[in-house]
Design a protein. Sequence first.
Length: 218
Amino acid sequence: MNTNIRYNYILKATRQYIKNHFEAEGSGHDWWHIYRVKNLALKIAQTEDGDSFIIELAALLHDLDDWKLNGGSEESLTSVWLMKMDLPDEETQKVLQIIHEVSYKGAGVATPASSIEAKIVQDADRLDAIGAIGIARTFAYGGNKNRLIYDPAVQPEMHTSFDEYKKTTAPTINHFYEKLLLLKDRLNTKTAVQIAQARHQFMEDFLEQFFKEWEIKN
């Protein structure tokens, strides 16, 4: 089979599989999040290079085995799917490595990306976590996990391990300080940094207004 035809078949099948899998997901990690990450990654790749097939495939699959969604299952749905697609081992390993490197693991935990493809997909995922959509997703996730919106008695924590970060049950506003406001300075590509500026400022403005209203100052 011609390589381009094979790639197009795999991407089309993967898009449909992921759309079906995440269609009813209500935590902010739904199909439309994945759709946006895929589009952001391809947009970044236009100026930052990288293998567009690997980038799109990894972006589509990046949440399939996410610990926040799969209940700690040890079965890799991603590996099973790539095997079903008969993807060569070298490309499979590239995709799995990117997915492993995408996730944020705590404010005090380094998350280096080892390839331009991983840097691009990581940046795309982080861009969708900030700005107006990032705010909406954050409160969707907090509500999905029955978390308080805010509690002045609970201070943000700069988690120094992935285990600490995974175990947190802090109010949603804390997540801005524990992750979202830090992402602007943890991006890899110039293109993503440029996109992040306005999104970051929007979050700063939101928090300023939030605390004014909390204190009945406006």
